[in-house]
Ligand binder design. Structure first.
Ligand SMILES: Cc1ncc(COP(=O)(O)O)c(C=O)c1O
Length: 401
């Protein structure tokens, strides 16, 4: 597969080519022309609200929207299109679950959360614990940031009601061994949520094979538009959720005394959904499916190996397990502030992310306030890594002057 051909499908990258090296895809990926065109085409030719009108344009919009839902369901091997709930992003999807479970938790119930979780996968559970009197515990990590399996097994003995896990860490790129972690959680009867925000662009996902109750991800991290995310999982587990939002579209009947809610998926989709974004997301699915995914994953991993070796040769410290790295890696130049490195790279038109990456507890575990993070996607090339390493060498020289 020729990566320059992939890059040529991304107008924003071509506009800034060859100067800009974009290594911040874990924050958000660039969008291929096909996605941009699909969003524009919807507004140009089919714009109408869905599920509402008897008129032709609304019927056209509704069928495009529902077709997109079915494509997304097939992409992650969801149980059915009805078990694909359209949300506004991963954060919204996790909040939907955390709010939806409020009535199921009681004081003293235990919630376990991945020690390497993104804040979007921590704070909603804290709020749930506050509302219900439940207790939240982090799943301990090994020194390198991977889950400490014996410690996880010991915590499971306390009978948690819910276990929430990363699929892939947004900082270290570690993929959790979900084939081990989820069955273990199930043996003690816990509900499981998997945050797939950093996984769907890099790994094939089968929600049915994972067997988790809830799986969530964002469109904008998989070449799709912002403003759309997905909550899927087991039908029965989704049906257990009390709707966080209520209003139009999610009801069967409304009387002033009482309203009856609709079934899935509408029950959890109050209000006008992000129609154009969903249609754009289905195009992003088609884009991913047009790639040789195995070849792309191998290329991404080889770029990350190259980056790790180059960084280490320059004297940068690279975090995490080198044998388990998908999409992103984190590093620091010890003694220097991560932000300074980011700024010096930006001056050389190399875009990376610096900070705590919405993962303060993980940063604390790694013994730092923040780090630099370099992340790759299908459009990156080994040349991008060479350019980044050159820029990092210059940054190091400048900081040591
Ligand atoms: C692992 C992970 N979870 C959740 C989120 C939140 O995603 P969003 O901001 O699209 O809701 C992110 C975003 O960086 C993430 O990387």
């Amino acid at each position: 597969m020729a990566e320059p051909f992939i890059k040529s499908q991304f107008p924003a990258l071509m506009e800034h080519s060859p100067e800009l090296i974009y290594l911040d895809s874990a924050a958000t990926t660039q969008k291929p022309a096909a996605v941009l065109e699909a969003v524009q085409a919807f507004y140009l030719h089919s714009n109408a609200n869905v599920h509402r009108g008897a008129h032709a344009l609304s019927i056209k919009a509704t069928s495009a929207y529902e077709r997109a839902r079915a494509q997304i369901a097939q992409f992650v091997d969801a149980e059915s299109p009805e078990s694909v709930i359209i949300c506004y992003g991963t954060t919204h999807a996790i909040n939907t679950v955390a709010h939806g479970l409020t009535h199921q938790l009681s004081p003293g119930d235990i919630i376990l959360v991945d020690g390497a979780a993104h804040h979007a996968n921590i704070v909603p559970w804290q709020q749930l614990a506050k509302r219900t009197g439940a207790e939240l515990y982090p799943i301990p990590l090994l020194k390198n940031g991977s889950i400490d399996l014996p410690a996880y097994q010991a915590l499971l003995q306390r009978g948690p009601k819910l276990v929430s896990l990363n699929h892939v860490s947004n900082v270290l790129g570690h993929a959790n061994p979900l084939d081990v972690l989820i069955p273990l959680a199930k043996t003690v009867g816990a509900l499981t949520l998997v945050d797939g925000a950093q996984a769907v662009a890099h790994l094939p996902v089968s929600v049915r094979s994972l067997g988790c109750d809830y799986y969530v991800f964002s469109g904008h991290k998989m070449y799709g538009p912002t403003g759309v995310g997905i909550l899927t999982g087991k039908r029965q587990s989704l049906e257990q959720l009390e709707p966080m939002m209520s209003g139009g579209e999610m009801i069967k009947t409304v009387r002033f005394e009482h309203s009856e809610f609709a079934g899935l998926p509408n029950r959890l989709e109050a209000g006008t959904p992000p129609i154009a974004q969903v249609i754009g997301l289905a195009k992003a699915v088609e884009f991913i499916q047009s790639l040789d995914r195995q070849a792309v994953a191998e290329m991404e991993q080889s770029m990350l190996r190259k980056a790790r070796a180059g960084l280490q040769q320059l004297g940068y410290f690279v975090y995490g397990d080198p044998g388990n790295c998908h999409g992103a890696l984190a590093f620091n130049l010890l003694g220097e502030h991560h932000q300074d490195i980011g700024t010096l790279l930006d001056q050389q038109q190399v875009a990376i992310r610096c900070g705590y990456h919405c993962a303060m507890p993980l940063m604390e575990h790694l013994g730092t306030k923040g780090s630099c993070r370099l992340s790759v996607a299908a459009y990156n090339t080994p040349n991008d890594i060479d350019r980044a390493i050159e820029a990092l060498a210059i940054a190091k020289d400048m900081l040591s002057e």
